[in-house]
Ligand binder design. Structure first.
Ligand SMILES: C[S@@+](CC[C@H](N)C(=O)[O-])C[C@H]1O[C@@H](n2cnc3c(N)ncnc32)[C@H](O)[C@@H]1O
Length: 225
């Protein structure tokens, strides 16, 4: 089989150019302190933090501003943020360092791979996916993070009673998410449809961008049966 056919479908395209010296320095000095080096294989999640607490995985935190607000607001949880965008990862590392956030770690990795290979079954208290790339063109829908197989995987990685919180400003993707979650028998939707508000989710950078363009905001909050 040709290499092209073997290449996995990714939810992102790496467009990032060179980092500035400051961004590179933040990664070099702060990643060893607050980052998680994942070389493949199952992660020992209970060794990531100094203390045991329910773990929430945040996929695609962007510039990390919302996650840096959320983690200190929930001192009873540990958070692991995973991103492929190095400049944003550098920014979140700086928040963690300067604000002394001790319940948040970051990882530079493909979250789809991490979920498949690194996160043990039944180990997460929650998973949040805020404003994932909507891939609006039909021929790109296969790149969307939310797919039936991804939802089954998330259901497997969550503990019973764990939560999945997703948000998007792209209405058609919101409907897609809603329909796919309705088809996944391991999720229960206490709201029946979209949630009435954002719950404990702070406003994110991409949310603000969507609002400026006149988009609506759709939150879906599901519970693992
Ligand atoms: C539209 S942005 C939203 C960022 C942030 N959640 C917000 O609301 O401001 C989507 C982010 O997901 C990240 N992303 C996309 N696919 C990813 C993957 N497979 N693993 C990790 N991050 C991913 C992108 O790099 C990007 O920063």
């Amino acid at each position: 089989m040709s290499e092209r056919l073997l290449r996995p479908i990714r939810s992102f395209v790496r467009r990032e150019g060179r980092l500035t010296d400051g961004q590179q320095r933040a990664l070099d000095t702060l990643y060893p302190l607050h980052g998680v080096d994942w070389q493949g294989g199952l992660l020992a999640l209970d060794e990531l933090f100094d203390r045991a607490a329910p773990l929430v995985l945040d996929i695609g935190f962007g510039d990390g501003e919302a996650l840096a607000t959320m983690a200190p607001a929930h001192p009873e949880r540990n958070y692991l943020g995973v991103e492929v965008y190095r400049a944003g990862t550098g920014q979140l590392l700086r928040h963690i360092e300067h604000e002394g956030i001790d319940n948040l770690k970051v990882m530079l990795a493909d979250a789809a791979e991490l979920l498949r290979e690194g996160i043990p079954s039944g180990s997460l208290a929650g998973l949040q996916l805020f404003f994932p790339d909507p891939w609006p063109k039909k021929r790109h829908h296969k790149r969307r993070m939310v797919q039936p197989a991804w939802l089954s995987l998330v259901a497997d990685r969550l503990k019973p009673g764990g939560f999945l919180h997703m948000a998007t400003d792209w209405e058609e993707y919101a409907q897609w998410m809603l329909e796919l979650t309705e088809a996944e028998p391991l999720f229960e939707n206490p709201h029946g449809g979209f949630a009435p508000d954002a719950g404990d989710r702070p406003q994110t950078r991409f949310e603000r961008r969507g609002l400026r363009k006149g988009h609506g905001v759709f939150d879906l909050m599901l519970q693992r049966i």
